[in-house]
Design a protein around this ligand. Structure first.
Ligand code: SF4
Length: 211
């Protein structure tokens, strides 16, 4: 795919949604961190339902530590993998309290050192809580980048590197959300909605679906 096409794709995605953001509800970087940890293999809707009640009673590392692992599990038991997520959140809260003055760090290495926080989560936090132009490649972005040929790659790191290289600076901060939303609602996994896609004429996918 050439540069002109990429520019046109992001120009259209921006025109359609000028200020995209995450569908996870949060009010502070710490709330976003907890919501993103909870969102692995779970829907944003399910996470929002649980965090609405959790954050009303505990939205700082100290308050979650005061709940304890059992108390935390009670609030997140509707979310998949809640046992391991609760254990990681408690360990992360301990690390934040002990090493970061109970604040979410803004450095990638410090974020990735937190239990339950991998490269993708760190990218989401850097981008959405702190405004860095990082691109967290999840399953939706991986699919859209490969189908369209915006940034084809065999694994998430390859796709992430290509997106960072090929996406013009003016679109970099919001590209993450535009691509996720496009993959979640239009370029869906099983039968992409190519007939309703605003970048259909620019996309280089060979097996487009129209019905
Ligand atoms: S044309 Fe189809 S395959 Fe290409 S981005 Fe749009 S929905 Fe996805």
């Amino acid at each position: 795919m050439n540069k002109q096409k990429r520019i046109e794709i992001f120009t259209r995605l921006r025109a359609e949604n000028p200020a995209p953001t995450t569908e996870l509800n949060y009010a502070t970087p710490f709330e976003l961190l907890i919501a993103v940890i909870l969102s692995a293999q779970a829907t944003d809707k399910g996470v929002n339902k649980a965090t609405a009640k959790l954050f009303a009673v505990a939205n700082t590392p100290e308050q979650i530590l005061a709940l304890g692992e059992t108390g935390l599990k009670h609030h997140i038991k509707t979310i998949g993998l809640f046992n391991s997520k609760a254990a990681n959140i408690i360990k992360t809260c301990r690390a934040l309290a002990a090493q970061h003055h109970s604040k979410v760090p803004q450095e990638r290495a410090a974020l990735e050192a937190l239990p339950g926080v991998g490269r993708k989560t760190a990218n989401v936090i850097l981008n959405t809580a702190f405004g860095h132009p990082t691109i967290a490649v999840d399953t939706h972005i991986f699919r859209v980048a490969n189908r369209t040929k915006i940034a084809p790659g065999k694994n998430v790191v390859e796709v992430e590197r290509k997106l960072e290289k090929f996406i013009p600076d003016e679109f970099k901060h919001d590209a993450h959300h535009w691509l996720i939303l496009h993959g979640r609602y239009v370029c869906v996994a099983r039968r992409p909605k190519c007939g309703a896609c605003i970048i259909e004429d620019l996309c280089e996918y060979k097996d487009k679906v129209y019905d």
